[in-house]
Unconditional design. Structure first.
Length: 406
């Protein structure tokens, strides 16, 4: 995302505190963000937080800036209107065209895309009135993100949990960049780390959270692709509309990818697959009293190399490799690009502070097989995913290298 104007409406739900993270992600991705707080939202969060993040004044009332027609100008200037969280009350007002505060008034003026992230208790979400209101808004073209299933206010849990900021960032990025340019394509994404058992308790693993792969899956789906996500152990929510396949070990990852990759247009290998595993896992827990064990390692299958080898001389799938590097990033990336025979290679410096493994942000180089290099500066992983997919779309548009769905 580079430069869109976002009008962020925050309504009065317990998840309103997450809107600050969404605003931060938008600003990091290059957006200009104007925030409107409803009266209910101000019971949960304050204007100063958002003004500090966005560097812009926060609005709350129709009666502020009347001479400047604030409600009209905010709405006209926005490329996209996002309501996060969208309470049952707010959804009802939007569905029925009410204009009883600044947010709903601006919504009637706004003519661009509308993104809604519902959040409420399960009974409210499942009520026929809410169901009808959401259906009405969808029929008018609103993009509804979530809700997820999980902990709610108090001790309750169930459907109605606010979608995470990264998921909404991905939806906004798709709308404001190349929405629909992967329609009709089949995309496979691998994500997360693998776990190689030493005994029933311990395993060899790495610090991968899976966020980058999940962001890629969500972004590809938002751009119209049919997406399969093969992931190592992860607590992340499955992106809406994405088929998820859970695996644990590198060999399980290899089997799942082997089973699925042949029918894809694009394969994005973002998983951090273990290169080695113990030659045999102990059937019982290793005890401290037995002394330090000797663990003999053997090589795991190279999942990425297998995808390229099975493709052979065929034009598809387009294969995107990922390289976690230290030191000279571009030199290491070019070496791996040549070694692996992939079409694109995405490299990041895992020694850099605040990016890479188990973080909310990333910064990468995207190298094409035929030479071009794109540097994607530090940004939220949802925004980085959008930049990577922009390069994928460019590569798919080269008929000399990549076939189309058949």
């Amino acid at each position: 995302m580079d430069g869109p104007r976002v009008l962020l409406g925050v309504s009065g739900g317990i998840g309103a505190y997450k809107a600050a993270a969404l605003a931060r992600g938008l600003v990091t991705a290059g957006a200009t963000v104007d925030v409107v707080l409803t009266r209910g939202a101000r019971e949960f969060v304050g204007a100063a937080t958002f003004e500090g993040i966005t560097g812009r004044p926060v609005r709350g009332e129709v009666w502020e800036g009347v001479a400047d027609a604030t409600h009209v100008e905010l709405a006209r200037a926005a490329d996209v209107l996002v309501v996060y969280p969208a309470t049952a009350h707010t959804l009802a007002r939007l569905a029925n065209g009410l204009a009883d505060d600044l947010l709903t008034t601006a919504a009637l003026v706004h003519r661009g895309p509308l993104v809604l992230a519902p959040a409420m208790h399960t009974e409210m979400w499942e009520h026929p009135a809410t169901t009808a209101n959401v259906a009405t808004l969808r029929d008018r073209g609103a993009l509804v993100v979530g809700p997820a299933t999980g902990p709610l206010m108090g001790v309750d849990a169930g459907p109605g949990r606010l979608a995470e900021p990264d998921e909404v960032l991905t939806a906004i990025a798709a709308i404001t960049t190349g929405a629909g340019d992967l329609a009709g394509r089949r995309v496979l994404v691998t994500a997360g780390g693998t776990r190689e058992p030493i005994d029933p308790v311990r395993y060899l693993g790495n610090r991968s959270s899976g966020r980058m792969g999940f962001a890629l899956a969500a972004a590809a789906r938002a751009r119209g692709a049919e997406v399969v996500l093969i992931t190592g152990p992860s607590a992340l929510m499955t992106p809406p509309g994405v088929e998820r396949v859970d695996v644990t070990t590198a060999r399980e990852m290899d089997a799942a990818v082997t089973d699925r990759a042949g029918g894809q247009d694009v394969v994005l290998m973002a998983a951090a697959v273990a290169d080695f595993r113990p030659d045999a896992a102990h059937a019982t827990k290793l005890r401290r009293g037995d002394g330090p064990p000797t663990v003999t390692l053997v090589a795991n299958p190279d999942v990425l190399a297998g995808v390229v080898a099975r493709r052979g001389a065929a034009a598809r799938p387009l294969v995107v490799g990922f390289a976690a590097e230290t030191g000279d990033l571009e030199a290491g990336a070019r070496r791996k690009l040549a070694e692996k025979g992939v079409d694109l290679l995405v490299a990041n410096d895992v020694a850099a502070a605040g990016v890479g493994f188990d973080t909310e942000e990333n910064a990468v180089l995207v190298l094409h097989r035929d030479g071009p290099v794109r540097a994607v500066p530090r940004a939220a992983k949802a925004a980085v995913a959008t930049a990577i997919l922009d390069e994928v779309v460019t590569a798919l548009g080269d008929p000399g290298r990549v076939g189309t769905s058949g």
